[in-house]
Design a protein around this ligand. Structure first.
Ligand code: MN
Ligand code: MN
Length: 308
């Protein structure tokens, strides 16, 4: 795939990572970059499958490594730990993101990150700036990702820009974010066919900060009990990952999309950091975090503060 420009989101791809790659590919092609190709770093989850099935779009090709000097465009991430395994070999042409920046490139590139709820909010603005049409299909991809990242605009990561873009996308697509978005989120909570190991990897992010290596995994659910009745199996899967990846601690958050709370499991030698970060004491490795739904805004920052 030497002559291609590969576009991809983070590992354990979520709806934003997959759809942003597809929407960015379309933008690049409309701007004359015929070699743009959306790929992904893992298979789609059930929520994203709901979206792609709804639109009749095929899952992007899954890649594991890139060739030396492969030209790439990163969407929905910029941290090397969350990117393709040998990202150091890439020539990064562009980054379009909405996360904390942990990025140094010894060459010029297009870097666009905005403090909004979803990469697609940034992409929508880019379409407008370049005068590229947002048709129903592209608009529905954008709307889906915003509904996913913001839990249908209920997460504290939601900004006024996201809300404005959603209103415009609803007008373009005729899709109502509240009905469609909730159906989409619910489709993503079906974990009946997954092993505990697969569940903790649906949306798991690795962080290396302050000399600590840790993961925060998140899964959406409409029924916390359905997850916690299998707590011991999840703990086993988490402990195996801690051992394999040599993690200092691991937080698994089951987020109740109906009541907007998260119940966490915290394991690993440094898990007292998590207790201190939230001012809680774990009961059987678990704790309820009321009104917490966002890893980026509500789970990661107090942990990073505690590690400083
Ligand atoms: Mn993402
Ligand atoms: Mn995102």
């Amino acid at each position: 795939m030497d002559n291609k420009v590969l576009i991809f989101g983070h590992q354990s791809p979520d709806t934003d990572s997959i759809t942003s790659a597809i929407v960015m590919e379309n933008l690049e092609r409309k701007l004359g970059n015929e070699n743009a190709k959306a790929v992904s770093l893992g298979h789609i989850n059930k929520e994203t499958k709901f979206v792609l099935d709804y639109l009749g779009i095929e899952e992007p090709e899954v890649i594991e490594r890139i060739e030396d000097n492969q030209e790439v465009i990163l969407v929905d991430h910029n941290e090397a730990t969350q990117s393709v395994e040998n990202i150091a070999n890439a020539k990064i042409l562009k980054v379009v993101d909405h996360h904390t920046m942990s990025f140094i490139a010894p060459y010029q590139l297009y870097y666009r990150a905005e403090p909004v709820g979803c990469t697609q909010t940034v992409l929508y603005k880019m379409y407008k700036e370049y005068g590229v049409e947002v048709d129903k299909k592209i608009g529905t991809l954008m709307l889906s990702a915003i509904a996913s990242d913001t839990l249908v605009l209920k997460s504290p990561t939601t900004t006024a820009e996201d809300i404005k873009v959603v209103k415009e996308l609803e007008a373009i697509t005729g899709v109502d974010i509240n009905t469609y978005g909730v159906d989409m989120l619910k489709a993503g909570t079906d974990i009946s066919e997954y092993t505990p190991e697969q569940v903790i990897n649906i949306d798991s992010k690795l962080f290396e900060q302050a000399n600590k290596k840790f993961k925060i995994a998140q899964v959406n659910t409409a029924d916390l009990d359905s997850i916690f009745k299998n707590q011991s199996y999840f703990e086993q899967a988490i402990n195996e990952d801690i051992e394999k990846e040599k993690l200092d601690f691991y937080v698994f958050a089951a987020t109740d999309i109906v009541n907007s709370n998260s119940k966490i499991i915290s394991l690993g030698n440094d898990s007292p950091v998590v207790e201190k970060a939230f001012g809680i004491s774990m009961d059987n490795h678990t704790a309820m975090l009321e009104n917490v739904v966002s890893r980026k805004k509500q789970i990661l920052p107090p942990i990073l503060d505690m590690l400083k």
